[in-house]
Design a protein around this ligand. Sequence first.
Ligand SMILES: Cc1cc2nc3c(=O)[nH]c(=O)nc-3n(C[C@H](O)[C@H](O)[C@H](O)COP(=O)(O)OP(=O)(O)OC[C@H]3O[C@@H](n4cnc5c(N)ncnc54)[C@H](O)[C@@H]3O)c2cc1C
Length: 439
Amino acid sequence: MSKHLKVAIIGSGPSGYYAAEALLKSETTGAPPVEIDILDRLPTPYGLIRGGVAPDHQSIKGVAKRFEKTSSHEKCRFIGHINVGKDISLDTLKTMYDAVVIATGAPLDRNLGIAGEDKYGVIGSASLVGWYNSHPDFANLKPNLDIKDVVVIGNGNVAIDVARVLAKTADEMAASDLASHAAEVIHTAKLENIWLVGRRGPMEGKFTQKELGEMGELENCVTVAKLEQIPDEIGEVGEKEIPAKTKNLAHLQSFTTNVSGEKPMTLHVEFYARPVEILGGDKVEGVRFERTKVENGQCVGTGENFDIPCQMVVPCIGYLSEPIEGAAFNQGKGKFKSVEGVVDDNLYVVGWAKRGPSGTIGTNRLDAKAVMDIVLAKTSCSMKQGGVALDQYIKDNDLKTVCFDDWKKIEMEEESLASDPSPRAKIPHIKEMFKVIEK
Ligand SMILES: Cc1cc2nc3c(=O)[nH]c(=O)nc-3n(C[C@H](O)[C@H](O)[C@H](O)COP(=O)(O)OP(=O)(O)OC[C@H]3O[C@@H](n4cnc5c(N)ncnc54)[C@H](O)[C@@H]3O)c2cc1C
């Protein structure tokens, strides 16, 4: 019997890497030694750290260094450019490994579910964020920014990220890794108005203080809020929330004294409005909203409608996971079915694929650790061949996969192509990545 526990982790985002880290660390506490393969459908690791986190928030992307350390462990391999569900089935992986962990995140946009959502100019945040972050799936998106008005729907950090990236100047983005194809479009656009619209009130907004504060410091864009929508006090909130809510309120109050048009672009922060219809013909011409109020914590419509004219709408209202054949899936909630991360006998789930799109990068660490504790408690080493069987499968099926050293070649090329102070010029196309690997 092999003395190693063989684990395949599907997805190399934070939850996949934190799961690997937890398994490797467990060896020091007497658990059986592990052999881990982290599989990703892309040739590049790190999931939303690379493809989601805002390009001007480089310090947050620094967590990739921690994941690199995990990847350099001799018992942990990164195998990129293999799509589980397409290139290899979940059932096949389950026959190869003692445990299989789904860490595939939640890559699909949640729909608004209103009329007109299919019009040209409605671009979900997964697509737009992927486009400006050089995600290969969205590199050819070509959004039309030769427009004046954009409505961003949502009151979380993703909505703020989108508004900020659209509002910042080339100078403000110089130290970022914004995709060059996106920089060309965004920095020549002549946007005049960005609307950031939330269904609930200012104190229910899910943005964090740092992100909200940044909206008051933009070079080319003034952020305005309506005095009548911003309260004098934070009201009743949980004790722990008081410091953050107090700071958020101070930021919002400072926006009420700003004047629309003071700078070439205005960011309008609008609360108590839920979208009911996207207006226009084939193309977006506006969004109809219903005014809302919050009663006993519930958002209720008032029956009063108003329109905001715009030529682009970016819904940032959450994400759904993509089902994989062979794993129980909750369609309504858009995530895998599990009991505390256990999907079935040797199949587990962590991260956004388990919880849905909530929490910070760090939330995935505790979550993955808890599920890996269950893996270790439930699983014993078997005769399964793990990576040896996968390597044979890759060979037999002529799959063109990528190892961590290949990724390091891509990374070095991206770093060498960047102009100071940008950390990297990301390669958006998979074909180009392979050219670098094969150089
Ligand atoms: C726009 C945006 C900005 C964010 N900014 C911040 C921030 O500033 N700070 C913060 O703390 N958190 C931020 N987050 C949240 C953070 O990114 C998530 O908590 C975290 O990435 C979730 O990790 P995950 O591993 O579950 O999923 P992901 O990061 O999405 O990783 C999933 C991985 O699985 C791979 N995959 C998917 N399907 C398959 C398949 N079938 N086969 C093989 N591989 C597959 C994907 O390619 C991807 O690499 C942000 C999220 C978004 C969307």
